[in-house]
Design a protein around this ligand. Structure first.
Ligand code: AHR
Length: 495
């Protein structure tokens, strides 16, 4: 018998469209996430386009980043947008109180952010300041960005170099209002949200979708907010970080970890599924018409910072384990595509589970970057139900998770794509794939794996881990795949 596991795909019962924004990114004014990592300024000797690093922008373009969230995070609730417009040498220097207490030059502001998003061809998600701002400040930012009138603020935008309104796709009202955003209860926040949201006015064609800042750990914020929101709200956000030990004081190392921490990391990553189910249940109860999305606008691995780096910069290496964590999340997001219509990994460059790491003029692509790139065909694809039979458990001590995770979708190019993760770092898996009503002939795509659980790229060895081509044949209409240990695979299934 060939197969240990059988995957049945049913193209006749398509599910929801996988919103491309599930593959969104998050870029905060934090550490070297923006300054150094992406923004070097137009006068830098590092090649740049109007201040944005040419190498990093090029790599992000190839990733087809659909959406970028900016400027925070915790930073957003202390950000005053007027500090970031006008001539750069006249902008006030502030202290980044959340992240290392370093100086914030305000060199990157509204115009620079939209320049980046437009270069990437990405939608935009701007986080507004609820914690230390005011309804007036927030509504004026919206007016500045979106008004096509001759108002003083719209004219100021023109004077600063932008004739037409910016395209603000999403606008968030506060961030982590239960914590760094103001230590509020959900009952208090929902009143404030309704107050602020009332004044977020924009011409219909430029009006962003408004996002209410939700909770973490359980569904209480989603429940209270979805009962109490009065305005037009596109979604309620949620944050979920994967920490190997589950202990914020000693989170675990990004590299050199034991197998027990490979396992605990994957166990914790998979808990996002329970979080989604619980929160979606609250939404189904309070919003049965499905007007409100469940938007996971921060997620990813969070380890102890690399030795010798600023603890406030959240700089960590990124290994094969991170790629596996990302792919497990993607497969779960696909299964919940009707409500989960946006997510943003934390964060894009040099911070937490990053796509790209930089060192001066050097840049490397992380395993997480490769996972995102392999999953590009799933952007705006139609999810297809997959059933796994005889899935075995991968065990370490008392911990146990399914060895195989999978998802499938019909992409916009008409092809059927299948993604498979083998969570077991020690054993390959034989997988048989049947597509109902189709005589499958083969499959081709890419596989990402390596000899070590913590395989990663360094500035000395930038391609230590990268995807390899993968091809397989079918026998009697059934596809036979050998999935290596600790691997992420994405293939187009051919009939
Ligand atoms: O992503 C880093 C931080 O994590 C964000 O600023 C905050 O929202 C969360 O606590």
């Amino acid at each position: 018998v060939f197969a240990a596991v059988t995957i049945d795909i049913d193209p006749a019962r398509p599910g929801a469209v996988i919103n491309k924004n599930i593959y969104g990114q998050f870029a905060e004014h934090l550490g070297t996430g923006i300054y150094e990592g992406m923004w070097v300024g137009p006068g830098s000797r590092i090649p740049n386009i109007r201040g944005w690093r040419r190498d990093v922008v090029g790599a992000l373009k190839e990733l087809r980043v659909p959406l970028v969230r900016w400027p925070g995070g915790c930073f957003a609730d202390e950000y005053h947008w007027k500090d970031g417009i006008g001539p750069r040498d006249k902008r006030p220097v502030k202290v980044n109180t959340n992240w290392g207490g370093v100086e914030e030059s305000n060199a990157v502001g509204t115009h620079e952010f939209f320049d980046l998003a437009e270069m990437l061809g990405a939608d935009t998600y701007v986080s507004g300041n609820l914690g230390t701002g005011s309804p007036q400040e927030m509504s004026e930012w919206i007016e500045y960005m979106t008004s096509d009138s001759k108002s003083t603020l719209a004219e100021l935008r023109r004077k600063n170099g932008r004739a037409k309104p910016f395209k603000v796709d999403f606008f968030g009202v506060g961030n982590e209002s239960w914590g760094c955003g103001g230590n509020m209860t959900p009952e208090y926040y929902v009143n404030l949200y309704n107050n602020y949201e009332t004044f977020l006015k924009a011409p219909a064609q430029y009006r962003p979708k408004i996002v209410a800042g939700g909770g973490h750990t359980n569904n209480r914020w989603t429940d209270v907010l979805s009962k109490g929101l009065k305005g037009r709200t596109a979604g309620i956000s949620y944050h979920y970080y994967t920490i190997p030990t589950g202990n914020w004081d000693v989170k675990g190392s990004a590299t050199g970890f034991p197998e027990a921490q490979w396992m605990s990391t994957l166990v914790n990553a998979l808990k996002i599924d329970t979080s989604i189910r619980e929160n979606v249940a609250a939404l189904e109860k309070n919003d049965p018409e499905k007007k409100i999305g469940f938007l996971i606008d921060e997620w990813g691995t969070w380890y102890d910072v690399e030795k010798g780096t600023n603890a406030g910069f959240l700089f960590q290496q990124n290994t094969l384990r991170d790629a596996v964590v990302a792919a497990l999340h993607f497969n779960i997001f696909h299964a919940h595509a009707d409500r989960v219509t946006m997510t943003n990994i934390a964060q894009m460059v040099n911070v937490l589970q990053a796509m790209i790491l930089t060192d001066k003029d050097q840049m490397l692509l992380t395993p997480t970057y490769h996972a995102y790139k392999m999953y590009v065909p799933f952007q705006d694809a139609t999810s297809l139900p997959v059933t796994l039979r005889d899935n075995v458990e991968y065990r370490v001590g008392a911990a146990s998770i399914p060895m195989i995770s999978a998802s499938a979708a019909r992409a916009r190019d008409g092809k059927l794509y299948l993604a498979i993760v083998n969570t077991n770092p020690n054993e390959a898996s034989d997988v048989a794939v049947n597509v109902a009503g189709q005589n499958v002939s083969g499959a081709s795509g890419q596989v990402l794996t390596a000899a070590a659980m913590d395989a990663h790229n360094t500035f000395q060895q930038k391609d230590a881990i990268k995807p390899a081509p993968f091809k397989a044949k079918a026998a009697n209409g059934t596809l036979r795949l050998k999935i290596p240990a600790k691997a992420v695979l994405v293939v187009a299934v051919e009939s």
